[in-house]
Design a protein around this ligand. Structure first.
Ligand SMILES: [Zn+2]
Ligand SMILES: [Zn+2]
Length: 133
């Protein structure tokens, strides 16, 4: 069982399109183990594009750092360009996986949705109804 790096609540394992994700019902965050983002996006070329678009955030970024739910090391802030604005996610320096705050995963998958993976977008919409309806 994993614990949410942001609020400390035990996360629930949900199955999303054949991929297990850790979801925090308390703050809405999602943890993806290494490789799960690629599995969710489904399209190899598209997911590579997203992974290669990750950039280090500027050292002046003031977002609070969170511990990796697997190894407890402080995660790195990574910037992902999205359609409207950039999204800052947390990535384990030892590559255990990526933490997405509430609705960040939806925004990333949604902007990658040229792959047409509607099931994942629909599922994430259900998780975050108030933001996306
Ligand atoms: Zn939480
Ligand atoms: Zn880790």
């Amino acid at each position: 069982m994993r614990v949410c790096p942001v609020c400390g609540t035990e996360t629930a394992v949900l199955e999303l399109h054949g991929t297990e994700i850790d979801y925090c019902f308390s703050c809405g965050g999602i943890w993806l183990d290494s490789g799960e983002l690629e599995a969710l996006i489904g399209d190899e070329r598209k997911s590579l594009e997203i992974l290669q678009s990750f950039k280090d955030v500027s050292p002046t970024n003031k977002e609070k750092k969170h511990p990796c739910p697997v190894c407890g090391k402080s995660m790195k802030k990574v910037s992902v360009p999205a359609s409207e604005s950039e999204i800052i996610i947390d990535k384990c320096p030892k590559e255990h996986g990526i933490w997405f705050d509430k609705d960040e995963l939806f925004r990333i998958v949604n902007s990658a949705n040229a792959a047409g993976n509607d099931k994942v977008v629909e599922f994430l919409k259900d998780l975050f109804p108030e933001e996306n309806n």
